[in-house]
Write a protein that binds this ligand. Structure first.
Ligand SMILES: [Zn+2]
Length: 288
């Protein structure tokens, strides 16, 4: 059913703590719209920053995030909540409770899927596998880590499918090169594969075989770098068939998502929402 899709889209990043303004632009006429909400690099920041914090005094925290999510859900019939990894590490919650409260929060918030960030390995793969098995009620996607010889095998999928109304959404995930970022003993057996090739493979399946209407990549490779290193910007330019790349790792704050162009000159939205739950990214796609 390759219907002619027309994206009428607008997107913005919303600062944590603010209220969503009524989105009149999108109230109109589209047959169906999809609101994608996204976070990245949460780093165990369940509480807001302390009032004496030099940079983010009183900001962030799951109470504010949840308010924003509820607000978005009350205004949009179809919302998809996604995360881009590094859920863990950064506050004593993680050291004391080993990631359980973070995943409980994500269950409660209604996350659909996340991907693997380098810090999600911080207590080892056996620990992570147990957490996923016992506590996570959302999907984990990654397509460029070979995990067959690790405890994560079968727990992480290359693709995740979601249905929202009449829309079929295909999600894949991509991770950063563990070398130099994850201590070798914490990722023993992980085989790092070429991100561009791995992502394209999955996107082709999501487009051609699964016939997805929307294809989203959850990335933890970073927004952009001065050199030739793989980044979300490069991933957008060197692939085709992706609609939206949601990123993490570089803790990038954007005024609004970037409108990039892919290998075949079609548009790709690239976004990232800072870190620590300080922002809730939101991208609204409308289909006619
Ligand atoms: Zn991070």
């Amino acid at each position: 059913m390759p219907t002619r899709r027309q994206f009428l889209r607008n997107s913005a990043i919303l600062a944590g703590g603010a209220l969503l303004t009524p989105d009149e632009l999108w109230a109109a006429r589209a047959e169906q719209s999809l609101m994608i909400l996204h976070t990245n690099d949460f780093h165990s920041r369940l509480d807001s920053f302390p009032d004496n914090h030099p940079k983010y005094a009183g900001q962030g925290g799951i109470a504010r995030l949840k308010t924003l999510m509820d607000e978005a859900r009350s205004k949009n019939e179809h919302c998809l909540l996604l995360d881009c990894g590094d859920v863990f590490q950064g506050t004593p919650y993680f050291n004391r409770f080993g990631g359980v409260p973070e995943y409980k929060w994500m269950n409660m918030a209604g996350y659909e899927a996340t991907t693997l960030g380098n810090h999600d390995f911080d207590m080892g793969m056996e620990h992570l596998a147990g957490l996923i098995r016992n506590h996570a009620r959302f999907g984990f996607v990654n397509c460029n880590y070979g995990l067959v010889n690790t405890p994560l095998n079968t727990l992480i999928q290359p693709r995740h499918l979601v249905k929202k109304g009449r829309l079929k959404i295909g999600i894949t995930g991509v991770g950063v090169n563990p070398e130099g970022l994850i201590p070798a003993d914490l990722c023993r057996g992980v085989v790092y594969k070429d991100p561009v090739k791995s992502v394209q493979e999955q996107v082709d399946i999501l487009r051609n075989k699964e016939k997805c209407d929307v294809v989203v990549v959850l990335s933890h490779v970073g927004f952009e770098y001065p050199g030739n290193q793989i980044s979300d910007r490069r991933l957008a330019a060197e692939t085709h068939g992706i609609d939206v790349i949601l990123g993490g790792h570089t803790h990038t704050f954007l005024e609004a998502p970037i409108n990039a162009v892919n290998k075949k000159n079609s548009p790709v939205i690239v976004s990232q929402a800072g870190w620590a739950g300080l922002q809730l990214g939101h991208i609204k796609l409308s289909f006619k």
